[in-house]
Design a protein around this ligand. Structure first.
Ligand code: SAM
Length: 265
Protein backbone atom coordinates (compact mmCIF):
# COMPACT_ATOMS: atom_id res chain seq x y z
CA UNK A 1 0.00 0.00 0.00
CA UNK A 2 1.45 3.36 -0.97
CA UNK A 3 2.00 5.64 1.97
CA UNK A 4 0.97 9.21 1.50
CA UNK A 5 4.09 10.74 2.85
CA UNK A 6 4.24 14.48 2.98
CA UNK A 7 6.15 14.86 -0.22
CA UNK A 8 9.59 15.75 0.88
CA UNK A 9 11.37 17.63 3.56
CA UNK A 10 11.74 20.76 1.51
CA UNK A 11 8.18 22.03 1.88
CA UNK A 12 8.34 25.77 2.33
CA UNK A 13 6.22 28.85 2.15
CA UNK A 14 7.66 32.10 0.85
CA UNK A 15 6.96 35.42 2.54
CA UNK A 16 5.09 37.91 0.40
CA UNK A 17 3.50 41.13 1.62
CA UNK A 18 1.44 41.46 4.81
CA UNK A 19 -1.76 40.03 6.25
CA UNK A 20 -2.95 36.46 5.86
CA UNK A 21 -1.76 36.26 2.27
CA UNK A 22 1.83 37.00 3.30
CA UNK A 23 2.42 33.28 3.36
CA UNK A 24 1.74 31.75 -0.01
CA UNK A 25 2.28 28.08 -0.65
CA UNK A 26 4.97 27.37 -3.16
CA UNK A 27 7.02 24.47 -4.41
CA UNK A 28 6.66 21.06 -2.87
CA UNK A 29 4.18 22.20 -0.20
CA UNK A 30 1.82 23.37 -2.89
CA UNK A 31 2.28 20.22 -4.96
CA UNK A 32 1.65 18.14 -1.86
CA UNK A 33 -1.59 19.99 -1.06
CA UNK A 34 -2.67 19.56 -4.67
CA UNK A 35 -1.94 15.82 -4.59
CA UNK A 36 -3.96 15.36 -1.41
CA UNK A 37 -6.65 17.61 -2.90
CA UNK A 38 -6.92 15.24 -5.88
CA UNK A 39 -7.52 12.32 -3.52
CA UNK A 40 -10.23 14.29 -1.75
CA UNK A 41 -11.83 15.17 -5.10
CA UNK A 42 -11.97 11.50 -6.11
CA UNK A 43 -13.48 10.47 -2.78
CA UNK A 44 -16.05 13.25 -2.67
CA UNK A 45 -17.00 12.74 -6.31
CA UNK A 46 -17.43 8.97 -5.88
CA UNK A 47 -19.72 9.74 -2.96
CA UNK A 48 -21.71 12.21 -5.08
CA UNK A 49 -21.09 15.24 -2.91
CA UNK A 50 -23.81 17.80 -3.57
CA UNK A 51 -21.88 20.75 -5.02
CA UNK A 52 -24.49 23.14 -3.67
CA UNK A 53 -24.60 21.58 -0.21
CA UNK A 54 -23.22 22.62 3.17
CA UNK A 55 -19.89 21.08 4.13
CA UNK A 56 -18.18 21.41 7.52
CA UNK A 57 -14.38 21.16 7.72
CA UNK A 58 -12.64 20.80 11.08
CA UNK A 59 -9.13 22.13 11.79
CA UNK A 60 -7.63 22.94 8.39
CA UNK A 61 -4.77 24.86 9.98
CA UNK A 62 -2.45 26.41 7.40
CA UNK A 63 -3.43 23.85 4.76
CA UNK A 64 -5.88 24.12 1.88
CA UNK A 65 -5.96 20.48 0.78
CA UNK A 66 -9.69 19.93 1.12
CA UNK A 67 -10.40 23.26 -0.57
CA UNK A 68 -8.24 22.18 -3.49
CA UNK A 69 -10.28 18.96 -3.75
CA UNK A 70 -13.53 20.91 -3.64
CA UNK A 71 -12.22 23.28 -6.30
CA UNK A 72 -11.74 20.34 -8.68
CA UNK A 73 -15.42 19.52 -8.17
CA UNK A 74 -16.40 23.18 -8.79
CA UNK A 75 -17.98 23.31 -5.36
CA UNK A 76 -20.50 26.14 -5.13
CA UNK A 77 -22.15 25.45 -1.80
CA UNK A 78 -21.35 26.65 1.72
CA UNK A 79 -18.11 25.63 3.41
CA UNK A 80 -18.02 26.13 7.18
CA UNK A 81 -14.47 26.17 8.48
CA UNK A 82 -14.16 25.26 12.17
CA UNK A 83 -10.76 26.60 13.21
CA UNK A 84 -10.15 28.02 16.69
CA UNK A 85 -6.87 29.81 15.85
CA UNK A 86 -7.14 33.18 14.16
CA UNK A 87 -3.93 33.08 12.09
CA UNK A 88 -4.58 29.79 10.27
CA UNK A 89 -8.29 30.59 10.04
CA UNK A 90 -7.61 33.88 8.24
CA UNK A 91 -5.07 32.22 5.98
CA UNK A 92 -7.28 29.32 4.94
CA UNK A 93 -10.36 31.50 4.46
CA UNK A 94 -8.42 33.72 2.09
CA UNK A 95 -7.08 30.71 0.22
CA UNK A 96 -10.52 29.06 0.00
CA UNK A 97 -12.18 32.25 -1.23
CA UNK A 98 -9.69 32.34 -4.06
CA UNK A 99 -9.88 28.61 -4.84
CA UNK A 100 -13.68 28.44 -4.57
CA UNK A 101 -15.04 31.69 -6.02
CA UNK A 102 -18.59 30.33 -6.33
CA UNK A 103 -18.76 28.98 -2.78
CA UNK A 104 -19.65 30.77 0.44
CA UNK A 105 -16.82 30.36 2.93
CA UNK A 106 -17.85 30.81 6.56
CA UNK A 107 -15.16 30.85 9.26
CA UNK A 108 -16.31 29.50 12.63
CA UNK A 109 -14.02 30.52 15.46
CA UNK A 110 -14.39 27.73 17.96
CA UNK A 111 -13.26 24.23 18.68
CA UNK A 112 -15.28 21.09 18.06
CA UNK A 113 -16.54 21.01 21.64
CA UNK A 114 -17.79 24.59 21.82
CA UNK A 115 -18.29 25.90 18.28
CA UNK A 116 -21.61 27.62 17.58
CA UNK A 117 -23.66 28.32 14.46
CA UNK A 118 -23.35 24.83 13.04
CA UNK A 119 -26.11 23.65 10.69
CA UNK A 120 -28.63 21.07 11.92
CA UNK A 121 -27.96 19.05 8.80
CA UNK A 122 -24.92 19.00 6.55
CA UNK A 123 -24.00 17.43 3.27
CA UNK A 124 -20.55 16.52 4.56
CA UNK A 125 -18.17 16.52 7.51
CA UNK A 126 -14.54 16.49 6.36
CA UNK A 127 -11.24 16.40 8.26
CA UNK A 128 -7.78 16.01 6.79
CA UNK A 129 -5.02 14.70 9.02
CA UNK A 130 -6.14 16.58 12.10
CA UNK A 131 -6.95 13.95 14.74
CA UNK A 132 -3.50 14.21 16.35
CA UNK A 133 -3.93 18.00 16.53
CA UNK A 134 -7.37 17.63 18.11
CA UNK A 135 -5.73 15.45 20.75
CA UNK A 136 -3.00 17.95 21.44
CA UNK A 137 -5.52 20.78 21.50
CA UNK A 138 -7.63 18.84 24.02
CA UNK A 139 -4.65 18.00 26.24
CA UNK A 140 -3.15 21.48 26.54
CA UNK A 141 -4.57 24.58 28.21
CA UNK A 142 -6.47 26.59 25.53
CA UNK A 143 -4.03 29.49 25.34
CA UNK A 144 -1.06 27.16 25.04
CA UNK A 145 -2.60 25.12 22.23
CA UNK A 146 -3.52 28.15 20.18
CA UNK A 147 -0.03 29.65 20.64
CA UNK A 148 1.51 26.44 19.29
CA UNK A 149 -0.83 26.19 16.30
CA UNK A 150 -0.44 29.89 15.48
CA UNK A 151 3.34 29.51 15.29
CA UNK A 152 3.02 27.13 12.36
CA UNK A 153 3.54 28.34 8.80
CA UNK A 154 1.99 27.02 5.60
CA UNK A 155 3.99 24.09 4.33
CA UNK A 156 6.50 24.45 7.13
CA UNK A 157 7.54 22.07 9.88
CA UNK A 158 6.04 21.94 13.37
CA UNK A 159 7.85 24.03 15.94
CA UNK A 160 10.20 22.43 18.49
CA UNK A 161 7.66 23.47 21.17
CA UNK A 162 4.94 21.48 19.47
CA UNK A 163 7.17 18.42 19.23
CA UNK A 164 8.06 18.81 22.90
CA UNK A 165 4.38 19.07 23.85
CA UNK A 166 3.77 15.76 22.05
CA UNK A 167 6.64 14.06 23.80
CA UNK A 168 5.26 15.17 27.18
CA UNK A 169 1.76 14.03 26.28
CA UNK A 170 3.15 10.69 25.05
CA UNK A 171 4.65 10.10 28.51
CA UNK A 172 1.41 10.77 30.37
CA UNK A 173 -0.74 7.69 29.90
CA UNK A 174 -3.70 8.89 31.96
CA UNK A 175 -3.87 12.22 30.17
CA UNK A 176 -3.60 10.45 26.83
CA UNK A 177 -6.48 8.13 27.61
CA UNK A 178 -8.66 10.99 28.82
CA UNK A 179 -7.74 13.00 25.72
CA UNK A 180 -8.57 10.15 23.32
CA UNK A 181 -11.93 9.61 25.00
CA UNK A 182 -12.69 13.33 24.79
CA UNK A 183 -11.84 13.60 21.09
CA UNK A 184 -13.95 10.53 20.23
CA UNK A 185 -16.85 11.87 22.32
CA UNK A 186 -16.67 15.36 20.80
CA UNK A 187 -16.46 14.12 17.22
CA UNK A 188 -19.37 11.72 17.71
CA UNK A 189 -21.36 14.59 19.25
CA UNK A 190 -20.48 16.74 16.23
CA UNK A 191 -21.81 14.05 13.87
CA UNK A 192 -25.02 13.87 15.94
CA UNK A 193 -25.35 17.65 15.86
CA UNK A 194 -24.91 18.23 12.13
CA UNK A 195 -26.18 14.85 10.84
CA UNK A 196 -24.04 14.80 7.71
CA UNK A 197 -24.84 12.70 4.68
CA UNK A 198 -21.17 11.94 4.23
CA UNK A 199 -18.22 11.75 6.65
CA UNK A 200 -14.60 11.62 5.47
CA UNK A 201 -11.59 11.68 7.81
CA UNK A 202 -7.99 10.94 6.91
CA UNK A 203 -4.92 10.13 8.90
CA UNK A 204 -2.44 8.94 6.28
CA UNK A 205 1.16 8.13 7.17
CA UNK A 206 3.18 11.30 7.52
CA UNK A 207 6.79 11.58 6.48
CA UNK A 208 7.23 14.45 8.87
CA UNK A 209 5.91 12.62 11.90
CA UNK A 210 8.03 9.57 11.14
CA UNK A 211 11.25 11.54 10.79
CA UNK A 212 10.75 13.96 13.70
CA UNK A 213 10.07 11.63 16.58
CA UNK A 214 6.30 12.07 16.35
CA UNK A 215 5.43 8.40 15.92
CA UNK A 216 3.40 8.56 19.14
CA UNK A 217 1.19 11.27 17.65
CA UNK A 218 0.66 9.14 14.56
CA UNK A 219 -0.06 5.93 16.46
CA UNK A 220 -2.49 7.56 18.89
CA UNK A 221 -4.34 9.43 16.18
CA UNK A 222 -4.75 6.19 14.29
CA UNK A 223 -6.15 4.47 17.36
CA UNK A 224 -8.67 7.31 17.78
CA UNK A 225 -9.62 6.94 14.11
CA UNK A 226 -10.28 3.22 14.69
CA UNK A 227 -12.48 4.01 17.71
CA UNK A 228 -14.40 6.58 15.68
CA UNK A 229 -14.91 4.13 12.84
CA UNK A 230 -16.23 1.56 15.30
CA UNK A 231 -18.61 4.07 16.86
CA UNK A 232 -19.78 5.46 13.53
CA UNK A 233 -20.27 2.21 11.63
CA UNK A 234 -17.07 1.74 9.62
CA UNK A 235 -15.99 2.65 6.10
CA UNK A 236 -18.59 1.40 3.63
CA UNK A 237 -17.50 -1.44 1.27
CA UNK A 238 -17.65 0.69 -1.90
CA UNK A 239 -15.39 3.22 -0.27
CA UNK A 240 -12.95 0.53 0.85
CA UNK A 241 -12.67 -0.49 -2.81
CA UNK A 242 -12.20 3.14 -3.81
CA UNK A 243 -9.41 3.60 -1.25
CA UNK A 244 -7.69 0.48 -2.61
CA UNK A 245 -7.92 1.90 -6.14
CA UNK A 246 -6.39 5.15 -4.86
CA UNK A 247 -3.62 3.07 -3.24
CA UNK A 248 -4.63 4.24 0.22
CA UNK A 249 -4.47 2.20 3.39
CA UNK A 250 -8.15 1.82 4.40
CA UNK A 251 -6.97 1.71 8.03
CA UNK A 252 -5.96 5.35 7.72
CA UNK A 253 -9.23 6.71 6.38
CA UNK A 254 -12.83 6.72 7.49
CA UNK A 255 -15.19 7.24 4.57
CA UNK A 256 -18.87 6.66 5.01
CA UNK A 257 -21.98 7.75 3.17
CA UNK A 258 -24.09 6.01 5.77
CA UNK A 259 -26.21 9.20 5.92
CA UNK A 260 -26.74 10.48 9.45
CA UNK A 261 -29.37 12.97 8.29
CA UNK A 262 -32.20 10.88 9.66
CA UNK A 263 -30.35 9.80 12.82
CA UNK A 264 -31.79 11.14 16.04
CA UNK A 265 -28.78 11.49 18.31
C1 SAM B 1 -1.71 21.27 11.89
S1 SAM B 1 -3.32 21.80 11.55
C2 SAM B 1 -4.08 20.42 10.78
C3 SAM B 1 -3.48 19.89 9.51
C4 SAM B 1 -4.27 20.14 8.30
N1 SAM B 1 -5.68 19.81 8.42
C5 SAM B 1 -3.68 19.45 7.08
O1 SAM B 1 -4.43 19.05 6.21
O2 SAM B 1 -2.45 19.33 6.98
C6 SAM B 1 -4.11 21.67 13.10
C7 SAM B 1 -5.23 22.64 13.34
O3 SAM B 1 -6.22 22.03 14.17
C8 SAM B 1 -6.82 23.04 14.94
N2 SAM B 1 -7.45 22.46 16.13
C9 SAM B 1 -6.87 21.98 17.25
N3 SAM B 1 -7.79 21.57 18.12
C10 SAM B 1 -9.00 21.80 17.54
C11 SAM B 1 -10.34 21.58 17.94
N4 SAM B 1 -10.65 21.04 19.14
N5 SAM B 1 -11.34 21.91 17.10
C12 SAM B 1 -11.05 22.44 15.88
N6 SAM B 1 -9.78 22.66 15.43
C13 SAM B 1 -8.77 22.35 16.25
C14 SAM B 1 -5.65 23.94 15.30
O4 SAM B 1 -6.08 25.26 15.61
C15 SAM B 1 -4.76 23.87 14.08
O5 SAM B 1 -4.84 25.01 13.27
Amino acid sequence: MASLDAGSGDSRARARGDGPSRLVLEGSARRWNEAIGRLWARILERNRLDREGTVVEVGPGFADKIGRGLAQLRFAGTLLVVEPCAAPRDWVVESYRSLLPRAKIVPLAGDIGTVRDLPERAEGLVMNHVIDDLMLGAALPPGRASALFSEMVPGGPCSPDLRLAWRRLGDDRRLLEATSRRVVRELCALVSAIRPRLVVMSHYASWYQRTHGLETADRLAQSVLVQLRDRLGGTTPGNRRLLARLRQDPGRWFVSDRDWRSATS
